[in-house]
Design a protein around this ligand. Structure first.
Ligand code: C2E
Ligand code: CA
Ligand code: CA
Ligand code: CA
Length: 281
Protein backbone atom coordinates (compact mmCIF):
# COMPACT_ATOMS: atom_id res chain seq x y z
CA UNK A 1 0.00 0.00 0.00
CA UNK A 2 2.90 2.24 0.85
CA UNK A 3 4.40 1.62 -2.62
CA UNK A 4 1.10 2.36 -4.29
CA UNK A 5 0.86 5.66 -2.45
CA UNK A 6 4.35 6.55 -3.55
CA UNK A 7 3.50 5.76 -7.19
CA UNK A 8 0.41 7.88 -7.00
CA UNK A 9 2.44 10.74 -5.64
CA UNK A 10 4.95 10.40 -8.45
CA UNK A 11 2.19 10.37 -11.03
CA UNK A 12 0.72 13.45 -9.43
CA UNK A 13 4.07 15.23 -9.50
CA UNK A 14 4.65 14.24 -13.10
CA UNK A 15 1.20 15.57 -13.94
CA UNK A 16 1.98 18.89 -12.25
CA UNK A 17 5.30 19.02 -14.04
CA UNK A 18 3.69 18.39 -17.45
CA UNK A 19 1.12 21.04 -16.80
CA UNK A 20 3.78 23.54 -15.83
CA UNK A 21 5.82 22.78 -18.94
CA UNK A 22 2.70 23.16 -21.06
CA UNK A 23 1.91 26.54 -19.52
CA UNK A 24 5.48 27.72 -20.00
CA UNK A 25 5.39 26.63 -23.62
CA UNK A 26 2.08 28.36 -24.16
CA UNK A 27 3.45 31.47 -22.52
CA UNK A 28 6.53 31.61 -24.70
CA UNK A 29 4.49 30.92 -27.85
CA UNK A 30 2.13 33.72 -26.84
CA UNK A 31 5.05 36.04 -26.20
CA UNK A 32 6.25 35.29 -29.71
CA UNK A 33 2.75 35.90 -31.11
CA UNK A 34 2.62 39.31 -29.42
CA UNK A 35 5.99 40.27 -30.89
CA UNK A 36 5.08 39.03 -34.35
CA UNK A 37 1.53 40.37 -34.31
CA UNK A 38 -0.08 36.98 -34.86
CA UNK A 39 -3.57 38.08 -33.85
CA UNK A 40 -6.76 38.98 -35.63
CA UNK A 41 -10.14 40.28 -34.59
CA UNK A 42 -13.57 38.92 -35.24
CA UNK A 43 -16.66 41.03 -34.66
CA UNK A 44 -20.01 39.88 -33.31
CA UNK A 45 -23.09 42.04 -33.97
CA UNK A 46 -24.99 43.60 -31.07
CA UNK A 47 -28.53 43.73 -32.30
CA UNK A 48 -31.57 45.85 -31.49
CA UNK A 49 -33.83 42.98 -30.43
CA UNK A 50 -37.06 44.54 -31.65
CA UNK A 51 -35.84 45.47 -35.15
CA UNK A 52 -32.96 43.04 -35.73
CA UNK A 53 -30.67 45.92 -36.77
CA UNK A 54 -27.01 45.75 -35.70
CA UNK A 55 -26.03 48.82 -33.70
CA UNK A 56 -22.53 47.76 -32.71
CA UNK A 57 -19.97 44.98 -32.91
CA UNK A 58 -17.91 43.35 -30.17
CA UNK A 59 -14.26 42.85 -31.09
CA UNK A 60 -13.10 39.35 -30.09
CA UNK A 61 -9.43 38.45 -30.35
CA UNK A 62 -8.12 35.32 -32.10
CA UNK A 63 -4.60 33.97 -32.18
CA UNK A 64 -3.62 33.23 -35.72
CA UNK A 65 -1.09 30.46 -35.12
CA UNK A 66 1.20 29.63 -38.07
CA UNK A 67 0.90 25.86 -37.43
CA UNK A 68 -2.23 25.40 -35.40
CA UNK A 69 -4.54 27.81 -37.20
CA UNK A 70 -7.02 30.17 -35.56
CA UNK A 71 -7.17 29.76 -31.77
CA UNK A 72 -10.01 31.23 -29.65
CA UNK A 73 -9.32 33.08 -26.39
CA UNK A 74 -10.59 30.33 -24.07
CA UNK A 75 -7.30 28.55 -24.91
CA UNK A 76 -4.94 31.42 -24.09
CA UNK A 77 -6.59 34.38 -22.33
CA UNK A 78 -5.89 33.00 -18.85
CA UNK A 79 -2.18 32.66 -19.58
CA UNK A 80 -2.22 36.09 -21.25
CA UNK A 81 -3.71 37.55 -18.06
CA UNK A 82 -1.29 35.82 -15.66
CA UNK A 83 1.78 36.63 -17.69
CA UNK A 84 0.81 40.23 -18.33
CA UNK A 85 0.95 39.61 -22.09
CA UNK A 86 -2.68 40.72 -22.17
CA UNK A 87 -1.35 44.28 -21.85
CA UNK A 88 0.55 44.53 -25.17
CA UNK A 89 -2.04 42.26 -26.80
CA UNK A 90 -4.81 44.53 -25.53
CA UNK A 91 -3.11 47.58 -26.94
CA UNK A 92 -3.02 45.95 -30.35
CA UNK A 93 -6.70 44.93 -30.02
CA UNK A 94 -7.74 48.50 -29.24
CA UNK A 95 -5.77 49.99 -32.11
CA UNK A 96 -6.89 47.36 -34.61
CA UNK A 97 -10.56 47.68 -33.59
CA UNK A 98 -10.38 51.46 -34.08
CA UNK A 99 -8.64 51.09 -37.45
CA UNK A 100 -11.47 48.79 -38.49
CA UNK A 101 -14.20 51.18 -37.33
CA UNK A 102 -12.55 54.03 -39.20
CA UNK A 103 -12.71 51.83 -42.30
CA UNK A 104 -16.42 51.08 -41.70
CA UNK A 105 -17.01 54.82 -41.29
CA UNK A 106 -15.23 55.48 -44.57
CA UNK A 107 -17.26 52.91 -46.50
CA UNK A 108 -20.74 53.11 -44.96
CA UNK A 109 -23.19 56.01 -45.41
CA UNK A 110 -22.87 58.76 -42.77
CA UNK A 111 -24.55 57.88 -39.50
CA UNK A 112 -24.78 54.18 -40.36
CA UNK A 113 -21.43 52.96 -39.10
CA UNK A 114 -21.80 50.75 -36.02
CA UNK A 115 -19.79 51.29 -32.85
CA UNK A 116 -17.17 48.84 -31.70
CA UNK A 117 -16.87 47.45 -28.21
CA UNK A 118 -13.50 46.24 -26.93
CA UNK A 119 -12.76 43.92 -24.00
CA UNK A 120 -10.28 45.44 -21.59
CA UNK A 121 -8.42 43.51 -18.91
CA UNK A 122 -8.06 45.10 -15.49
CA UNK A 123 -4.32 44.61 -15.95
CA UNK A 124 -4.38 47.19 -18.72
CA UNK A 125 -5.54 49.78 -16.17
CA UNK A 126 -2.63 48.93 -13.87
CA UNK A 127 -0.19 50.20 -16.44
CA UNK A 128 0.02 53.94 -16.17
CA UNK A 129 -1.17 55.71 -19.28
CA UNK A 130 -4.08 53.54 -20.39
CA UNK A 131 -6.30 56.59 -20.72
CA UNK A 132 -3.65 58.31 -22.86
CA UNK A 133 -3.30 55.19 -24.95
CA UNK A 134 -7.03 55.28 -25.74
CA UNK A 135 -6.96 59.01 -26.44
CA UNK A 136 -4.01 58.62 -28.81
CA UNK A 137 -5.57 55.67 -30.63
CA UNK A 138 -8.80 57.65 -31.17
CA UNK A 139 -6.79 60.61 -32.40
CA UNK A 140 -4.69 58.54 -34.84
CA UNK A 141 -7.68 56.80 -36.36
CA UNK A 142 -10.03 59.79 -36.32
CA UNK A 143 -12.75 57.71 -34.69
CA UNK A 144 -15.09 59.75 -32.45
CA UNK A 145 -15.21 58.52 -28.83
CA UNK A 146 -18.95 57.86 -29.25
CA UNK A 147 -18.04 54.99 -31.61
CA UNK A 148 -16.06 53.18 -28.92
CA UNK A 149 -17.27 51.17 -25.97
CA UNK A 150 -15.03 49.43 -23.44
CA UNK A 151 -16.07 46.24 -21.65
CA UNK A 152 -14.75 45.32 -18.29
CA UNK A 153 -15.62 42.07 -16.55
CA UNK A 154 -17.60 42.36 -13.34
CA UNK A 155 -15.64 39.76 -11.36
CA UNK A 156 -12.24 41.17 -12.33
CA UNK A 157 -13.35 44.64 -11.43
CA UNK A 158 -14.40 43.60 -7.95
CA UNK A 159 -11.07 41.93 -7.26
CA UNK A 160 -8.77 44.72 -8.31
CA UNK A 161 -7.71 48.04 -6.90
CA UNK A 162 -11.08 49.59 -7.50
CA UNK A 163 -10.32 53.25 -7.00
CA UNK A 164 -7.72 53.45 -9.72
CA UNK A 165 -9.85 51.59 -12.25
CA UNK A 166 -13.01 53.56 -11.49
CA UNK A 167 -11.27 56.92 -11.76
CA UNK A 168 -9.80 55.95 -15.16
CA UNK A 169 -13.23 54.78 -16.26
CA UNK A 170 -14.70 58.15 -15.22
CA UNK A 171 -12.13 59.99 -17.30
CA UNK A 172 -12.78 57.79 -20.32
CA UNK A 173 -16.51 58.29 -19.93
CA UNK A 174 -16.10 62.06 -19.73
CA UNK A 175 -14.32 61.82 -23.09
CA UNK A 176 -17.53 60.33 -24.54
CA UNK A 177 -16.55 56.65 -24.52
CA UNK A 178 -19.20 54.27 -23.23
CA UNK A 179 -18.40 51.78 -20.48
CA UNK A 180 -19.98 48.33 -20.20
CA UNK A 181 -19.89 45.86 -17.34
CA UNK A 182 -19.32 42.43 -18.89
CA UNK A 183 -20.62 39.05 -17.66
CA UNK A 184 -22.96 40.80 -15.24
CA UNK A 185 -24.55 38.49 -12.67
CA UNK A 186 -21.49 36.27 -12.23
CA UNK A 187 -19.97 38.51 -9.53
CA UNK A 188 -21.60 39.73 -6.39
CA UNK A 189 -22.17 43.38 -7.21
CA UNK A 190 -25.71 44.66 -7.23
CA UNK A 191 -27.19 47.14 -9.63
CA UNK A 192 -27.62 49.51 -6.68
CA UNK A 193 -23.84 49.48 -6.32
CA UNK A 194 -23.54 50.43 -9.98
CA UNK A 195 -25.76 53.46 -9.46
CA UNK A 196 -22.91 55.78 -8.51
CA UNK A 197 -20.49 54.25 -11.00
CA UNK A 198 -19.40 55.52 -14.43
CA UNK A 199 -21.29 52.89 -16.41
CA UNK A 200 -23.56 53.01 -19.45
CA UNK A 201 -24.22 49.40 -20.32
CA UNK A 202 -24.77 46.14 -18.45
CA UNK A 203 -24.16 42.88 -20.33
CA UNK A 204 -26.07 39.98 -18.81
CA UNK A 205 -24.02 36.81 -18.78
CA UNK A 206 -24.97 33.97 -21.11
CA UNK A 207 -25.60 31.48 -18.29
CA UNK A 208 -28.68 33.43 -17.14
CA UNK A 209 -29.99 33.75 -20.69
CA UNK A 210 -29.55 29.98 -21.21
CA UNK A 211 -31.54 29.08 -18.11
CA UNK A 212 -34.22 31.75 -17.96
CA UNK A 213 -36.58 29.98 -20.38
CA UNK A 214 -36.81 26.92 -18.14
CA UNK A 215 -36.14 28.08 -14.57
CA UNK A 216 -37.79 30.81 -12.52
CA UNK A 217 -34.67 32.03 -10.68
CA UNK A 218 -32.60 33.17 -13.65
CA UNK A 219 -35.77 34.56 -15.23
CA UNK A 220 -36.39 36.69 -12.14
CA UNK A 221 -32.78 37.83 -12.21
CA UNK A 222 -32.85 38.84 -15.89
CA UNK A 223 -36.21 40.54 -15.48
CA UNK A 224 -34.93 42.39 -12.39
CA UNK A 225 -31.76 43.55 -14.13
CA UNK A 226 -33.73 44.81 -17.14
CA UNK A 227 -36.21 46.85 -15.10
CA UNK A 228 -33.66 48.21 -12.61
CA UNK A 229 -31.32 49.13 -15.45
CA UNK A 230 -34.10 51.10 -17.07
CA UNK A 231 -34.62 53.05 -13.84
CA UNK A 232 -30.91 53.76 -13.64
CA UNK A 233 -30.87 54.76 -17.32
CA UNK A 234 -28.47 51.99 -18.24
CA UNK A 235 -28.66 50.02 -21.46
CA UNK A 236 -28.82 46.24 -21.28
CA UNK A 237 -27.26 43.72 -23.66
CA UNK A 238 -28.24 40.06 -23.28
CA UNK A 239 -25.37 37.75 -24.21
CA UNK A 240 -25.39 34.33 -25.85
CA UNK A 241 -28.87 34.37 -27.43
CA UNK A 242 -29.05 31.09 -29.32
CA UNK A 243 -32.71 30.66 -30.15
CA UNK A 244 -35.93 32.46 -30.90
CA UNK A 245 -37.47 31.57 -27.52
CA UNK A 246 -34.68 33.49 -25.74
CA UNK A 247 -35.09 36.48 -27.98
CA UNK A 248 -38.89 36.59 -27.69
CA UNK A 249 -38.78 36.37 -23.92
CA UNK A 250 -36.16 39.14 -23.75
CA UNK A 251 -38.26 41.40 -25.97
CA UNK A 252 -41.22 40.70 -23.68
CA UNK A 253 -39.11 41.67 -20.66
CA UNK A 254 -38.14 44.91 -22.39
CA UNK A 255 -34.49 44.08 -22.96
CA UNK A 256 -33.33 46.43 -25.74
CA UNK A 257 -30.18 44.75 -27.10
CA UNK A 258 -28.67 41.31 -27.53
CA UNK A 259 -26.00 39.25 -29.19
CA UNK A 260 -25.59 35.57 -29.88
CA UNK A 261 -25.39 32.82 -32.46
CA UNK A 262 -29.10 33.33 -33.30
CA UNK A 263 -28.09 36.55 -35.05
CA UNK A 264 -24.51 35.78 -35.98
CA UNK A 265 -21.28 34.24 -34.78
CA UNK A 266 -18.27 36.59 -34.74
CA UNK A 267 -17.42 37.77 -38.29
CA UNK A 268 -14.32 38.94 -40.15
CA UNK A 269 -14.12 42.70 -40.78
CA UNK A 270 -15.25 42.50 -44.41
CA UNK A 271 -18.12 40.17 -43.50
CA UNK A 272 -19.26 42.92 -41.15
CA UNK A 273 -19.53 45.33 -44.06
CA UNK A 274 -21.50 42.75 -46.02
CA UNK A 275 -23.81 42.30 -43.03
CA UNK A 276 -24.31 46.06 -42.69
CA UNK A 277 -25.04 46.61 -46.38
CA UNK A 278 -27.14 43.45 -46.73
CA UNK A 279 -24.87 41.96 -49.38
CA UNK A 280 -23.18 38.57 -49.28
CA UNK A 281 -19.48 37.94 -49.65
P1 C2E B 1 -16.98 37.52 -23.61
O1 C2E B 1 -16.46 38.91 -23.59
O2 C2E B 1 -18.08 37.18 -22.67
O3 C2E B 1 -17.38 37.28 -25.13
C1 C2E B 1 -18.46 36.49 -25.53
C2 C2E B 1 -18.01 35.09 -25.93
O4 C2E B 1 -19.17 34.30 -26.17
C3 C2E B 1 -17.23 35.06 -27.25
O5 C2E B 1 -16.31 33.97 -27.15
C4 C2E B 1 -18.31 34.76 -28.27
O6 C2E B 1 -17.82 34.17 -29.45
C5 C2E B 1 -19.16 33.79 -27.49
N1 C2E B 1 -20.54 33.79 -27.95
C6 C2E B 1 -21.25 34.77 -28.52
N2 C2E B 1 -22.51 34.41 -28.77
C7 C2E B 1 -22.63 33.14 -28.33
C8 C2E B 1 -23.72 32.18 -28.32
O7 C2E B 1 -24.84 32.45 -28.75
N3 C2E B 1 -23.45 30.97 -27.79
C9 C2E B 1 -22.22 30.64 -27.28
N4 C2E B 1 -22.05 29.42 -26.78
N5 C2E B 1 -21.18 31.49 -27.28
C10 C2E B 1 -21.38 32.74 -27.80
P2 C2E B 1 -14.78 34.13 -27.50
O8 C2E B 1 -14.59 34.97 -28.72
O9 C2E B 1 -14.19 32.77 -27.49
O10 C2E B 1 -14.20 34.96 -26.27
C11 C2E B 1 -14.16 34.39 -24.99
C12 C2E B 1 -13.74 35.40 -23.96
O11 C2E B 1 -12.40 35.82 -24.14
C13 C2E B 1 -14.56 36.68 -24.00
O12 C2E B 1 -15.78 36.49 -23.34
C14 C2E B 1 -13.65 37.65 -23.29
O13 C2E B 1 -13.78 37.53 -21.88
C15 C2E B 1 -12.29 37.16 -23.70
N6 C2E B 1 -11.79 38.01 -24.80
C16 C2E B 1 -12.08 37.96 -26.11
N7 C2E B 1 -11.42 38.92 -26.78
C17 C2E B 1 -10.69 39.61 -25.87
C18 C2E B 1 -9.79 40.74 -25.93
O14 C2E B 1 -9.53 41.32 -26.99
N8 C2E B 1 -9.24 41.14 -24.76
C19 C2E B 1 -9.51 40.54 -23.57
N9 C2E B 1 -8.93 41.00 -22.46
N10 C2E B 1 -10.35 39.49 -23.47
C20 C2E B 1 -10.93 39.03 -24.60
CA1 CA C 1 -17.18 40.93 -23.69
CA1 CA D 1 -19.53 38.59 -21.74
CA1 CA E 1 -17.78 35.51 -20.84
Amino acid sequence: AKGAGKNQWRRYQRHLHDEMVERLELRSALDHAVNEGHFLLHYQPIVDLASGVAVGFEALVRWSHPQRGVITPDQFIEVAEESGLVVPMGRWVLEEALRTVSEWRRVLPPGQAPYVTVNVSVRQFREAGFVDQVRTALHHTGVPPQSLMLEITETLLMKDDEQRVWSDLSTLREMGIRIAIDDFGTGYSSLGYLRQRPIDVVKIDKTFIDDMVTSPQPLALVSGIVSLARNLQLTVVAEGIEDVAHRDLLVQLGCPLGQGFLFSSPLGPTEVLAWMTGTTV
